[in-house]
Design a protein around this ligand. Structure first.
Ligand code: NAD
Length: 364
């Protein structure tokens, strides 16, 4: 399959395929839009079935970042990078230095940070080659560091908002939440939910991740194949995307789907299927914006953790607006969120065009 006729190609501004034979680095960096500012989005390292799967992932993820940053009110465009994991290219300082040089070659059009398979330490190595990186170790109480606790906080607050909206619940006490994937975000989310009195059902393909949760709190363990279909109040996908499709949705018994994973819907029409099945879906890039809010504040500098917390606390209000519109109209929540994000980007393009034409008149 080609690039420009790829079903997930959405007039991305640029797509870079970078190969570094010395380290084995193969990375794809997709800049979807810089309409709102330099493109910001994490780097994912994953072992893909083939190059096509990696391209599909990066095209979808980068468009999602444009929408996420727009709805979160951040002055950044959207992009994402994927590093193709393989035995021939294990994680190493040399590999991340080569990745840093790839970022540097884009001269600030892309700012990277952590996503699945990438740690704060990896980003520290990248920082040795480029300043266009965030998610670095914090100093004092300034914004920064691992974004996943902030993502988890936003998801937790979003789950509370969804539970109030759909179940009339004024707290999470006594509600049951199934969490698919208890890695960086999932573990923090488990803590917040447990502290709020929720019961947990968890699944992970990595037994070490399950043990980390069970050491800290009680949790029922489900199989990775069955967790999606648990009889629970809330399902929180916190592993990878594409878990909600025409095969899985008819079997889902949760009232609410609200989790951290990017691209939970296999296709946009699956959002309508969820609505028709009576399931309230919290659009993924709206609920999981906590991490990028932290990363953005760190990159811009001068913000404290309290400022990040205040911005993350705006996430439930945004979701409530979307839920209200969905209740009173005919569009499902994912379409309402997509339309909102596109409007924000289009308005910024319009404002820019007006600004440019004013400048041209001045020059003339
Ligand atoms: P992570 O790699 O730390 O955790 C993912 C966990 O999911 C791992 O423990 C992994 O073993 C598990 N997993 C993978 N496939 C699974 C499956 N089929 N069934 C059950 N478990 C499975 O990643 P993370 O940083 O916690 O991110 C989780 C999701 O949230 C990703 O989709 C990521 O893109 C999204 N996200 C993360 C952040 C962040 O701040 N880290 C921000 C926004 C969105």
């Amino acid at each position: 399959m080609g690039v420009f006729n790829h079903p997930e190609f959405d007039h991305h501004e640029s797509i870079s395929f970078i190969d570094d034979p010395a380290t084995g680095l193969n990375t794809i960096i997709a800049i979807h839009s810089t309409a709102l500012g330099p493109a910001a989005g994490g780097c994912r390292r994953w072992v893909y079935a083939n190059d096509e799967a990696a391209l599909t992932d990066v095209l979808r993820l980068s468009r999602g970042m444009t929408y996420k940053n727009a709805v979160a009110g951040l002055p950044f465009g959207g992009d994402k990078s994927v590093i193709l994991g393989s035995d021939a290219a294990p994680k190493s300082p040399e590999l991340f230095r080569a990745f840093g040089r790839a970022i540097e070659s884009l001269a600030g059009r892309y700012i990277t940070a952590e996503d699945v398979g990438i740690s704060v330490d990896d980003m520290r190595i990248v920082r040795g080659e480029t300043k266009f990186v965030s998610g670095l170790p914090q100093s004092g109480n300034s914004a920064g560091g691992d974004p996943s606790p902030w993502t988890a906080l936003g998801v937790f607050l979003g789950i509370e908002a969804a539970a109030a909206s759909r179940l009339g619940a004024d707290s999470m006490h006594g509600l049951t939440v199934a969490i698919q994937g208890v890695g960086n975000v999932g573990l923090h989310l488990c803590r917040l939910l447990h502290d709020a009195g929720a019961r947990l059902v968890i699944a992970d393909v990595n037994p070490g991740s399950l043990r980390a949760v069970c050491k800290l709190m009680p949790a029922e363990i489900a199989s990775p194949q069955e967790i999606l279909f648990s009889k629970v109040d809330v399902l929180a996908p916190c592993a990878l995307g594409n878990v909600l499709d025409s095969e899985t949705i008819p079997r889902i018994r949760a009232n609410i789907i609200a989790g951290a994973a990017n691209n939970q819907l296999a296709t946009a029409t699956d959002g309508r299927l969820l609505a028709e099945s009576g399931i309230l879906y919290a659009p993924d890039y709206v609920i999981n914006a906590g991490g990028v809010i932290s990363v953005a504040h760190e990159y811009l500098g001068g913000s404290s953790e309290d400022q990040v917390r205040a911005e993350v606390s705006l996430i439930p209000g945004r979701l409530q607006d979307i839920f209200r519109q969905a209740e009173g109209g005919s569009e499902p929540t994912n379409v309402i969120a997509d339309n909102l994000a596109r409007r924000i980007v289009a308005n910024s393009n319009k404002n820019k065009a007006m600004h440019d034409s004013t400048d041209n008149r001045r020059i003339a």
